[in-house]
Design a protein around this ligand. Structure first.
Ligand SMILES: Cc1cc2nc3c(=O)[nH]c(=O)nc-3n(C[C@H](O)[C@H](O)[C@H](O)COP(=O)(O)OP(=O)(O)OC[C@H]3O[C@@H](n4cnc5c(N)ncnc54)[C@H](O)[C@@H]3O)c2cc1C
Length: 476
């Protein structure tokens, strides 16, 4: 049978599109197959509540997108992508109407925190951001271009977040700010490696901001897809692949699917040792997702929260650590850590005049069906009395239901597998090229591969580069 395409990509999330673009830029014919009726995976926007309110179904805030070396090599602004930088990247309310704030400028942040220990922790990282981003956005097993900077970063990144915060940061405000960022790891803050998320998200916040795309996260997907089409790539919707046998004939196949799904798709064709490694790959906890239409901005007690794109709601370091510990133990915390984004404050295309949107989620055990909306609203109300009076409509999705909209969100895990220390190193296998699979010409390119979750396209880019290298050297 003749070859139909140089490359077939399964899945049109940011990693699938990144892989497709990387190959199409080399002149390859590329066809993307997407199970859903819309492209974008967890980077989509839709009208989930009332007419005129635009909600982000998945990702909302994009430090890794703005800092992605791959995205930054593409002409995405030509296809309508515009990053909006909120005045304050991140605010973290605390008792008594106080808040910790992350500004673009490290010195301003440290000065407001009255804590130069924060500045001392962040300044060298931000100064070396470009080099460190190049290093951390690829498989951990690689020959570093900046070994000294990477090893200095690695020593602190390996620490448990709570230990690092208590050792390095002096004030409650700085510790809470760091804890909130580290909690993006979905790990207990006592876990080794949990500090890495706090450090990466913090330095990205200072180096490139925590921006949101005008018009909704869908704008990222549309810009990627339009560029792919300009390069000659094609996308087919409503094509769910459950077995590799269904694929058109192609030189290479890139799979923007989770490790577990790949194990099922390939079945007995995979050597049993590799398959069992994929099957043993661990899920992260899930998320309970909430979207609101509001009659007014959230009445935060702390003024800084009214000027921030993202607000981390969960109190001080000890409270956040306790909530995340409970999630890791399979419990639903009474006082969850809630991640909030208030896009419409900075992007008027998101809501009718005078009205607002609110995007939020909290962590829950994987596969949870529990409704956390009351507990999350209570947490927000704690720091913004009167919040509930602003709600005109809400749409909530339990962790278990997220998977129905996107097969990659297994049990509500939004990152394609836990980011514990073992899986940061072996994602999904221990290799300098973990994208390559035992099947000739078949590559995994989803967030189950390095550098993992987040909208940056680097898993797709790295996997496609591996496919190109193998093809050129006729390894197969
Ligand atoms: C609620 C939520 C909030 C998030 N918030 C943020 C955030 O603010 N910032 C951030 O950077 N990241 C965020 N993320 C994470 C980020 O969106 C993901 O890490 C990222 O989208 C992963 O990209 P991907 O291409 O690997 O997979 P996905 O985006 O999940 O895309 C996978 C695609 O493959 C398709 N697919 C799967 N299986 C098949 C199949 N068998 N056949 C055909 N097609 C298939 C799916 O339908 C989907 O379109 C969030 C995610 C969620 C769900």
């Amino acid at each position: 049978m003749p070859i139909e395409y140089d490359a077939v990509v399964v899945g049109s999330g940011p990693n699938g599109l990144a892989a497709a673009i990387t190959l199409a830029r080399e002149g390859w014919s590329v066809h993307v197959l997407e199970a859903n009726a819309t492209i974008g995976g967890a980077v989509r926007s839709a009208n989930l509540t009332l007419p005129g309110f635009v909600h982000d179904i998945g990702s909302a805030i994009h430090p890794l997108g703005a800092g992605s070396p791959f995205f930054n090599s593409l002409p995405l602004t030509r296809f309508g992508l515009e990053w909006i930088q909120p005045e304050i990247a991140l605010a973290h309310p605390l008792a008594g109407g106080r808040a910790a704030s992350l500004y673009r400028n490290v010195d301003e942040t440290a000065a407001e925190l009255h804590d130069d220990s924060y500045g001392r922790l962040m300044r060298p990282l931000v100064y070396n951001w470009k080099n460190l981003a190049d290093e951390v956005l690829q498989p951990l097993l690689h020959r570093p271009n900046h070994p000294l900077q990477l090893s200095r970063f690695g020593v602190t990144a390996l620490c448990p977040a709570s230990l690092l915060a208590k050792l390095f940061l002096r004030r409650e405000e700085s510790r809470a700010l760091f804890a909130g960022m580290a909690a993006h790891s979905f790990l207990p803050l006592e876990a080794l490696g949990s500090a890495s998320f706090g450090l990466v998200l913090g330095m990205a916040g200072h180096a490139v901001g925590w921006p949101l795309p005008r018009g909704g996260s869908q704008a990222i997907t549309e810009a990627l897809a339009e560029y792919l089409r300009e390069l000659g790539g094609t996308i087919e919707l409503d094509r769910r692949i459950i077995d590799l046998k269904q694929l058109p004939r192609a030189r290479v196949v890139l799979l923007d699917v989770t490790a577990w799904q790949f194990a099922r798709m390939a079945g007995a064709r995979l050597p049993s040792s590799y398959r069992s490694r994929l099957e043993r790959f661990k899920h992260a906890p899930g998320v309970f997702k909430m979207d609101y239409a509001l009659s007014a901005p959230i009445p935060w007690r702390a003024a800084a929260c009214r000027r921030a794109g993202t607000v981390h709601v969960g109190g001080d370091l000890n409270e956040i650590a306790a909530g995340e510990r409970e999630v890791a133990q399979g419990k639903h915390p009474e006082c969850p850590f809630v991640l909030v984004a208030q896009q419409s404050l900075f992007d008027q295309t998101r809501a009718p005049n005078g009205k607002q949107t609110l995007w939020a989620y909290c962590h829950v055990p994987n596969g949870s069906t529990f409704d956390m909306s009351d507990r999350c609203e209570r947490q927000i109300e704690r720091f913004a009395p009167g919040f509930r009076d602003c709600i005109i409509a809400r749409s909530c999705t339990a962790a278990a239901d997220l998977e129905k909209t996107n097969a990659n969100l297994v049990g509500g895990d939004i990152n394609g597998g836990a980011a514990n220390l073992v899986q940061l190193i072996a994602r999904p296998i221990l290799s300098a090229t973990p994208y390559r699979t035992p099947l000739k010409g078949v590559y995994l390119c989803s967030s189950s591969t390095p550098p993992g979750g987040g909208v940056h396209g680097m898993c797709g880019y790295n996997a496609a580069r591996a496919a190109l290298r193998d093809h050129l050297s006729s390894r197969y």
